[in-house]
Design a protein around this ligand. Structure first.
Ligand code: PEP
Length: 250
């Protein structure tokens, strides 16, 4: 009943020409994908190219971050309204690289989530533990804390308007993927925590897995009961690989 979503996070990769090629490559194969939603999140400067290439197609586009502020003297930041202006449907918030390299707190991420929703964007909230946290038996406590920050700010109705991505930090860009069972356990935990506040929302909200998802492991991961698609980094930079993952989710 939940429609799968495969979203590509291009991070800070590629040139203008590369972006055009990648978008055209994805578009060429996207029409064959029947059931899964597809989205790409290019770097900010290439959003206009995405809008031009993808407008009128079934492929969504979005951004990798958004300001928690509405407008004003915030040098270097990009507002939710600006993203909406470029036709963005999604925006990633709380990616572990932003939590780590830009010192984003749970509270800041929750405010970004609320800001995105206020402008009609669909936030993709990333949560996930580090290797140290997993080995210390902290996985559930960490993802609960990250989820709860958004639940407290936006409520369970806010969760209903977004997407969650479970991304174990130790699996991102490392080639080490969570086993389907490890991922399923955390997805089920997150869905259960949401269910405690709204069973209906828990049943409907999409929870993606991210962390070295590739064409050869996507089907088994997405086949788990509580895994509703993927947030894809490295494998989203080659149209053939990205489309193969989309087919696995279809
Ligand atoms: C990500 O950064 O969101 C991600 C999942 O990256 P990768 O697929 O490269 O692990």
């Amino acid at each position: 009943m939940r429609r799968p979503l495969i979203a590509g996070n291009w991070k800070m990769n590629g040139s203008k020409a590369d972006s055009v090629d990648l978008l055209n490559g994805i578009l060429a194969g996207a029409a064959e994908i029947m059931r899964a939603d597809i989205a790409v999140c290019p770097p900010f400067p290439y959003l206009q190219i995405a809008e031009q290439a993808l407008g009128g197609s079934a492929v969504f586009w979005g951004a990798q971050d958004v300001s928690n502020e509405t407008s004003g003297a915030f040098t270097g930041q990009v507002s939710a309204q600006m993203l909406a202006d470029f036709g963005c449907h999604f925006v990633i918030v709380g990616h572990s690289e932003r939590r780590l390299f830009n010192a984003e707190s749970d509270d800041l991420v929750a405010r970004k989530y609320a800001q995105a929703m206020a402008h009609g964007l669909t936030p993709i909230l990333c949560v996930g533990e580090t290797l140290e946290e997993r080995e210390g038996g902290q996985t559930e406590a960490v993802v609960a804390r990250q989820l709860d920050a958004v639940l407290q700010t936006s409520g369970v109705d806010g969760i209903a308007k977004g997407v969650i991505a479970y991304e174990p930090v130790w699996a991102i860009g490392t080639g080490v993927t969570a086993t389907p069972a490890q991922a399923q356990d955390v997805h089920a935990f997150l869905r259960g925590r949401i269910a405690a506040q709204g069973q209906d929302v828990a049943t409907r909200v999409r929870i993606l897995y991210g962390g070295s998802m590739k064409p050869d492991n996507a089907q088994e991961l997405i086949g788990q009961a509580d895994i509703d698609g993927g947030l894809i980094g490295g494998a989203a930079l080659k149209a053939a690989d990205f489309l193969a993952i989309c087919r696995a989710g279809d």
